[in-house]
Design a protein around this ligand. Structure first.
Ligand SMILES: [Zn+2]
Length: 335
């Protein structure tokens, strides 16, 4: 039989640590308990948040619970759950009471269970932990070692700096769109309408520019702390892009315009817009798009109104970022 790789622990050493945990029961293990073998497992280290003794105990308990869960559907599953105190009836009980319940479940008397069966069950559990450990090591080998905390923190900060920039632009775009749509209904005077035309175009150009930069730097992957939020953010951005009126050529013109005006300022950008045929064509398209809204502004907007779809999706993106940011901020105690 082939020998296990030198760095994988021996089963009997895992069993030795498991016996130590059975003595106190999962959830009650003394933080000073010595767990020399469990402490070396990649599985346990991955569960640990810090380096404290209690941390090691809690992480080991979690790994044991996982190991037991992999036995679900087999007869040792329930016996081990009773023995370690993972059931409502044995949680927090003394070892003697847990052993009695486990013996009953295993169909033997407590004395026999203590002498023979317990060790056999612990070996079965040790095997399943061993299997999980070797899987974890293979995966770690393929993926390389995980980045350290400082690196992860820096990555999140970099990401959220971009997310916040996009969210802030979309928030302003949304507010100005809401305002400009009103100007088409009532007499608000020519000046304010032109101002809003310029400012909303400016926000769109900045949005297009930021998204392009984001795609270039981070591959366009809106990675968030919570998995469900990834899609939420991506769909919101995709729909804003889908419903705005410019084709690829127009979007390219706007991105170049914003990149070329000093500091990306509105004043210079507006001058460029009104200066030549291309800019005027953009303005014409934009105004046509704005006028396509026929919604009753006092009621729910139309489902197929494109300006209102952009307004909704801009808000959706803002909400995702606002909800996800505190998870990162609190985790890394930022700002
Ligand atoms: Zn509308």
């Amino acid at each position: 039989m082939a020998n296990p790789p030198a760095d994988l622990p021996r089963l009997k050493d895992i069993v030795f640590d498991l016996q130590r945990i059975v003595r106190d029961g999962v959830g009650s293990v003394d933080e000073e308990a010595s767990l020399p073998t469990l402490g070396t497992l990649v599985l346990v280290r991955q569960e640990m948040q810090g380096g404290g003794e209690l941390d090691l105990v809690v992480a080991s308990e979690r790994v044991i619970a996982r190991g037991i869960e992999t036995l679900e559907g087999s007869s040792p599953h329930e016996v081990l759950r009773l023995l370690f105190g993972l059931t409502a009836s044995t949680r927090g009980r003394l070892a003697k009471q847990r052993r009695k319940a486990a013996a009953e479940r295993a169909g033997s008397d407590p004395a026999t269970f203590n002498r023979h069966d317990e060790r056999r069950y612990l070996r079965i559990l040790a095997r399943s932990i061993y299997a999980l450990e070797s899987e974890a090591r293979l995966l770690a080998e393929r993926l390389g070692s995980p980045p350290d905390r400082a690196e992860i923190k820096a990555n999140w900060l970099g990401r959220f700096t971009r997310y916040h920039r996009v969210a802030a632009i979309l928030r302003q775009l949304r507010l100005d769109l809401l305002a400009v749509l009103v100007t088409y209904r009532k007499d608000h005077g020519e000046v304010s309408q032109v101002d809003y035309l310029d400012s909303t175009m400016w926000y769109v150009a900045r949005f297009l520019y930021e998204v392009e930069e984001f795609n270039r730097a981070l591959g366009g992957i809106w990675f968030m702390p919570e998995r469900a939020a990834d899609d939420e953010a991506k769909v919101a951005i995709d729909l804003v892009l889908w419903h705005q009126p410019f084709n690829e050529r127009g979007r390219s013109w706007l991105r170049i315009a914003i990149a070329q005006v000093p500091a990306g300022e509105l004043f210079d950008f507006a001058e460029r817009l009104h200066d030549g045929p291309d800019g005027n064509e953009m303005l014409g398209l934009w105004e046509q798009w704005l006028k396509s809204c026929r919604c009753d502004l006092e009621a729910e907007p139309d489902q197929d109104c494109r300006p209102h779809r952009v307004i909704d999706q801009a808000e959706r993106f803002d909400i995702v970022v606002e909800e996800q940011w505190p998870l990162v901020r609190e985790r890394y105690r930022l700002g």
